[in-house]
Write a protein that binds this ligand. Structure first.
Ligand SMILES: NC(=O)c1ccc[n+]([C@@H]2O[C@H](COP(=O)([O-])OP(=O)(O)OC[C@H]3O[C@@H](n4cnc5c(N)ncnc54)[C@H](O)[C@@H]3O)[C@@H](O)[C@H]2O)c1
Length: 431
């Protein structure tokens, strides 16, 4: 399984062993230099025993530290069933930050796909995290491994309602992100992006917290500029089926900068391009999850339209890097966070078919309304201002995601969601 001997874990192991050996050598050198070994009255053999005991203790200490590192590294990719069965330690290890550096961070939408990975990162870094989620598309199992940890709280709450909390930073993610989910109740989606964002801005203003909004490449609509730079104003159909999401995010951005200009609030805006990885909702109707599930089940891989429309896909770990770097940077204007490697949807279907070794056929369905023809971020700004660029190759990210969906499929057949509005967890509207 992919989490066992990943290059990252192997590197960690190597680093740990190397540092343990170095520590022992340094300990020995210091001891003999200070003559502390000679202070024992037991003579030569006593010194040797004392030395052996010291070396053993030092090795034990180093081993424990190394284990803690490895547990953290494994748990963030641990399959849910291991955690649920109690086969895994209850909580992943977290860094011990001094009180002065430990922040109390609110993550709205933290039980969703991206949010739960962000929570893993912030918890592992040693911060206190409060997740606020109404569980529309979020799932408790995404954050289950943190429940009961003294640094973690899960609050079931809808951001459309105000809430009083004491916090230092807000990552505001709450909003369904896939078209079938955000179109299920468009009025609610608009309220979430507008009233929900206003509530979080009010909270940020009262507490003096810095706030990051997860905006989207959808603010560019069906773009006439390619690749899309942050200066592009976009091409959105304000009356179309995607408008509840696209316009909702556009006005959320406007509100962020109004609070910045008028109230002096510290704001950050990430314009996220298509992201994929483990914990995507199996029925989110997005191209990555649909193709993988269809390929693994040997069903037709369905493309809407002729498949010449392009998309760029980033792995979720890269996005989390970008969000944390942006939050902690001095740059306050919108920043694209995405992988500029561009695929046509047809190419992407073929890639997933190859990676899964599937015998599925590729089939075409009618194009969906207002589906963007091209999507590719210009990330020069992120490189310059944050020093960020994607590190995970799409193939490697897909391998992790395919492994995740193989695990999900063990629980039974899944019918991928089609383009029609659908409530999360329901399977109607399937192609
Ligand atoms: N995943 C992507 O490719 C992508 C691309 C662009 C932007 N984004 C943005 O990133 C954020 C997270 O996206 P995701 O892919 O993790 O989606 P997701 O649907 O998995 O997560 C959204 C989370 O928000 C919660 N939520 C929705 N409405 C809420 C409300 N009114 N009150 C409280 N919680 C609410 C959901 O229950 C869920 O946990 C969203 O803001 C989305 O717009 C994601």
């Amino acid at each position: 399984m992919y989490y066992h001997a990943s290059p990252r874990n192997t590197a960690l192991l190597f680093t740990g062993i190397t540092s343990a050996v170095i520590a022992v050598i340094v300990t020995l050198a210091v001891l003999s230099a200070t003559g502390s070994l000679q202070q024992n009255n037991n003579g030569g053999s006593g010194n040797a025993q004392q030395l052996a005991a010291m070396v053993e203790r030092e090795l034990d200490r180093r081993n424990s530290a190394l284990e803690a590192h490895l547990v953290t590294s494994l748990m963030v990719t641990m399959p849910d069933e291991l955690v649920e069965n109690g086969a895994a330690p209850k909580h992943p290890a977290v860094a011990q930050l001094p009180e002065s550096e430990r922040k109390r961070i609110l993550v709205t939408g933290g039980a969703g796909f991206v949010g739960s990975h962000l929570v893993d990162r912030l918890m592992t870094q040693g911060h206190e995290v409060i997740v606020l989620d109404n569980m529309f598309t979020g799932r408790k199992k995404n954050v289950q491994h943190w429940i009961g940890h003294p640094h973690f709280q899960l609050i079931i709450h809808d951001v459309v309602e105000p809430i009083m909390l004491e916090i230092d930073q807000i990552y505001h993610l709450a909003c369904p992100a896939s078209p079938p989910h955000y179109q299920y109740n468009p009025i609610k989606t608009i309220k979430t992006s507008t009233q929900g964002t206003l509530n979080m801005l009010g909270l940020a203003k009262r507490t003096g917290a810095r706030m990051l909004l997860t905006s989207t490449s959808e603010v560019y609509g069906d773009p006439e500029e390619h690749p899309q730079r942050e200066t592009y104003w976009g091409h959105v159909n304000q009356l179309g089926p995607r408008a509840c999401y696209d316009e909702g995010k556009r006005v959320a951005e406007t509100m962020m900068y109004a609070y910045h200009a008028q109230g002096g609030l510290e704001v950050r805006v990430a314009r996220i391009f298509n992201t994929f990885g483990p914990r995507m909702h199996p029925n989110d109707g997005r191209v990555v999850s649909n193709f993988i599930i269809q390929a693994l089940q040997g069903k037709d891989m369905t493309i809407y339209g002729d498949g010449s429309q392009t998309r760029s896909f980033q792995y979720v770990d890269d996005l989390v890097d970008g969000l944390v770097m942006l939050m902690n940077s001095n740059y306050h204007l919108p920043v694209n966070i995405g992988n500029p490697e561009e695929f046509s949807v047809k190419q992407f279907a073929t890639l997933i078919k190859d990676l899964t070794g599937s015998a599925s056929r590729i089939a075409h369905l009618p194009a969906t309304q207002d589906d963007p023809h091209k999507r590719k971020p210009d990330i020069a700004l992120a490189k310059r201002e944050l020093g960020w660029e994607p590190r995970v190759h799409v193939h490697d990210g897909l391998a992790h995601t395919i492994a995740f969906f193989k695990g999900v499929l063990k629980s039974g057949e899944i019918v991928p969601t089609g383009p029609k509005a659908v409530k999360p967890g329901f399977q109607h509207g399937s192609p």
